[in-house]
Design a protein around this ligand. Structure first.
Ligand SMILES: Cc1cc2nc3c(=O)[nH]c(=O)nc-3n(C[C@H](O)[C@H](O)[C@H](O)COP(=O)(O)O)c2cc1C
Ligand SMILES: [Mn+2]
Length: 490
């Protein structure tokens, strides 16, 4: 099952193409916030949204259903209306379909990864700064101090060995104390009690530098977590950009208009006015408590670590909020992380090798570890330069395969065919040992210790100059089988 083309038959694809409105820019008809996007789906793509009205257990039951649907090749949005212990519905799987991510940018549902990457990259190049407004829906309810009770939120436990109940789709907003530039990223939060969490901010995340700057100065780190927004906001906030970039301006670029922000009540930060729920918090300096294990994106558990503790000072939310969850280690998480790094990799590779046509991070590589590059090779050696550029662009890449322009890089089988028939391993590959990779790579040299040291391999699978002619039958293009094949008469 290719999760980039979830369950679409050729016939459905044709029908969608006929119905598809032209790319509208912004978010098209898909609304401005999470509930607007869900309304759009319910009206125009009702087959993509399910409500579960029976009560479900937040421990494993919701995720068992999602895991089963995944096995069946089905990736609808699933809204759990009644989760035991909470009155707030849980929205899951919003990003589990490539088609929905394309529609969130106002693209037709038939847009493929290549069109998506172009459009995403174009918008990234034109950030739209946010605006601060006086109030917004996320201020309808304000709970402070003792009123804060994290048990009111329907947090889930996802995988068998997970250490507890987690928030997996909350964007933590912090400000760099030196520049005042805000930063947003998802860092998982494990509920500890009524008002504290454990947090995992990877060494590779900007959030890590910002938190460490505060801690070195002996200060708490103010942070605010916003939950539930339009998928375009998610796509923008996860843009693969430098520390100095304001993710809110990237979110604006994806929305096609400035993201509206409101000031927090108890921390010096601003958060999206149209979010569903906001948690205003501080990271306590110099305190560490055990956090995890937690089922992570490679499909293995991230190890238990001594991680910082987050104190929640206030919750603001809508009157009837929706709580959004992401199923880490599954398409909802993998696709979102994959499509948001493609444009940056493509830009870097194109600078190094101008005849590059496209890049792709296939779901078979968890949308993270493997990169395919398609190029029209004009000079020998270029594929290796392209591979070096990809490795430089994205530290998580471990395997880069470069193929000719007639190889379909959305199709693993075609890429494997090129590797099988066009590679002399001694001259067409290179290896970089002991380089920085993903801290969660299960094949790193010390996965239990959270090691990120990995060995990287590049493969030039393009045809070389003395490559023999490939077989083809003259006339194949023109022939019409219906002129030849007469159905048997009954
Ligand atoms: C569903 C989901 C869960 C994630 N969980 C974590 C996490 O627990 N810790 C982390 O450091 N990064 C996590 N990430 C990745 C970061 O959010 C992502 O790399 C982000 O761009 C980091 O932002 P920053 O570099 O501005 O801090 C997650 C991403 C997604 C899509
Ligand atoms: Mn950042």
């Amino acid at each position: 099952m290719d999760i980039m083309e979830p369950g679409l038959t050729a016939e459905q694809r044709e029908r969608l193409k006929a119905e598809a409105p032209p790319a509208a820019g912004g978010t098209g008809q898909t609304g401005r916030d999470l509930r607007g996007f869900l309304r759009f789906l319910e009206e125009h793509h009702p087959d993509q949204v399910y409500h579960v009205t029976r009560e479900v257990d937040p421990r494993f039951e919701a995720t068992a259903l999602l895991a089963k649907l995944e096995q069946q090749g089905r990736f609808p949005v699933v809204i759990f209306d009644r989760v035991k212990g909470s009155s707030i519905p849980v929205v899951t799987n919003v990003h589990a379909s490539f088609q929905r991510l394309a529609m969130a940018l106002g693209l037709p549902p038939t847009a493929g990864p290549r069109e998506f990457t172009r459009e995403y990259g174009r918008r990234e190049d034109r950030p739209i700064p946010p605006v601060i407004v006086d109030s917004g829906p996320v201020k309808e309810v304000i709970l402070k101090g003792d009123e804060v009770d994290l048990f009111q939120l329907p947090l889930l436990t996802y995988h068998e060995q997970d250490a507890g109940y987690y928030i997996t789709c909350g964007y933590t907003v912090m400000k760099d104390p030196d520049t005042g530039i805000p930063n947003a990223g998802i860092y998982r939060l494990m509920r500890r009690d009524r008002n504290t969490f454990g947090i995992q901010i990877s060494e590779t995340a900007h959030g890590h530098y910002i938190w460490k700057k505060h801690e070195r100065a002996g200060k708490p780190t103010p942070m605010a977590v916003f939950i539930g927004h339009h998928p375009a906001v998610h796509l923008g906030c996860l843009s693969f950009s430098p520390l100095e970039a304001d993710e809110f301006a990237m979110a604006g670029a994806m929305l096609g208009r400035p993201l509206e922000l409101v000031r927090c009540e108890t921390v010096p930060l601003e958060v999206p006015a149209d979010a569903e729920i906001v948690l205003e918090c501080e990271i306590e300096p110099h305190r560490r408590e055990p956090e995890a294990p937690f089922g992570e994106y490679p499909g293995t558990y991230g190890p238990r670590r001594m991680n910082p503790v987050v104190h929640v000072k206030a919750i603001t939310m809508r009157r009837n909020p929706l709580y959004q969850s992401s199923f880490v280690g599954h398409p909802d998480n993998l696709l979102l992380s994959g499509v948001t790094r493609l444009s940056y990799i493509e830009k870097m590779v194109k600078v190094a090798s101008p005849t590059t046509r496209a890049v792709y991070v296939p779901p078979s590589g968890r949308c993270r570890f493997i990169c395919y590059i398609q190029m029209e090779k004009l000079i020998e050696g270029d594929p290796k330069n392209a591979a070096m550029a990809a490795f430089a662009a994205d530290p998580f890449l471990k395997f880069v395969v470069v193929v000719d322009h007639d190889v379909d890089i959305l199709n693993d089988s075609e890429v494997l065919h090129a590797i099988a028939t066009r590679v002399r391993a001694d001259t067409d590959t290179f290896m970089v040992t002991h380089a920085r990779g993903s801290p969660l790579d299960p094949a790193s040299y010390d996965p239990a210790g959270g090691s990120h040291i990995v060995t990287k391999v590049a493969i030039d699978a393009t045809r070389k100059s003395n490559y023999p002619d490939e077989i083809r039958v003259p006339g194949t293009e023109e022939i019409n089988p219906d002129d030849y094949l007469v159905p048997l008469k009954k």
